[in-house]
Design a protein around this ligand. Sequence first.
Ligand SMILES: [Fe+2]
Ligand SMILES: [Fe+2]
Length: 249
Amino acid sequence: MPLRQTARLDRILWPLHRWVWGDFDRRVRKLIAFSKVEGDGGRDILRAAELTPDPLLRRLYLEHAIDELRHSDLFRHRGAALLQLRATRSTSLFNTNPLPGGHGLDDLTIKGEPDYRLLAFLHVAEKAAAGRFEIYREVVDDDPATKAIFEEILRDEVFHMNYTYTQLARIRPKGYRRQVWQARASRLWKRYLRLAAVSASAIGAVVLTAVYFVVLAPFAWLAKRAERREPVGWAPIAAERHDRPTSQY
Ligand SMILES: [Fe+2]
Ligand SMILES: [Fe+2]
């Protein structure tokens, strides 16, 4: 499967990736975030190695987990080295990253998952990561040390992408393609849910701001106008409102 084909969307988003990686603070934050995702993914795959009944898969999962934990160290050390270069905080307006993370292993679920489903998920995630890291390698060409890390990690991700597919075809000779499609659909659905949550939050903020300025300001003005009509100080109560003191109301 050609890698370039997998990263078509990321190719379209190339200028956005360039913008994200162009800012020093965003670059550091991305590296630290990647370190966390790779580390968590590595630990999950280590757990999968403990649970699988298949000896060959256990060995491959173990190798895979060691790779991911090493990636985590590489990203963390590079992020820390960049931070030491400049400790001041950027005042850039958009410090958040609008693009999804590199690996997608944060969606990984091990408990109760059969090997074929896990392999399909890993294959799709590794393929996406390989495509994305290929782009990142290009957009950080002003930073040779970070570029070298992406080059090194990319080789591992291609191996992960290939072994998961081969093993999936071995343990699920009939229907391994369907498993990959299901994993792809599930990944897309999770992406959609994330996007929907972000959009809902943005729409909520816009609506509440509009309510604040459109409804609250006229209400405050009317309240102030009514206050001006009220007499100042004590005011006598109308005679018809003099109720008996024994009355409850
Ligand atoms: Fe990785
Ligand atoms: Fe990987």
